[in-house]
Write a protein that binds this ligand. Structure first.
Ligand SMILES: [Zn+2]
Length: 69
């Protein structure tokens, strides 16, 4: 099994605006509002690209070798 690395919403909320802008190429103020809403909804992780079956609370479900690139 292989697991993807996911960014934690908590960690992102602690990051400064410059870092958020670089990571998401978006207005950090808007992003913070979205992240806070996700956190309030009980979500913990931000999905990474190409993670099938991603769960916002538990993160990557794990992938067996045949479906990873
Ligand atoms: Zn994954």
């Amino acid at each position: 099994m292989k697991y993807c690395l996911h960014m934690r919403i908590d960690g992102l909320l602690w990051s400064d605006d410059t870092a958020l802008r670089l990571l998401f190429e978006r207005d950090p103020r808007e992003l913070r509002i979205e992240l806070a809403e996700k956190k309030a909804a009980g979500e913990v992780f931000i999905p990474s690209a190409g993670c099938e079956g991603f769960n916002p609370v538990t993160g990557c479900p794990g992938h067996s070798h045949h479906n990873t690139k």
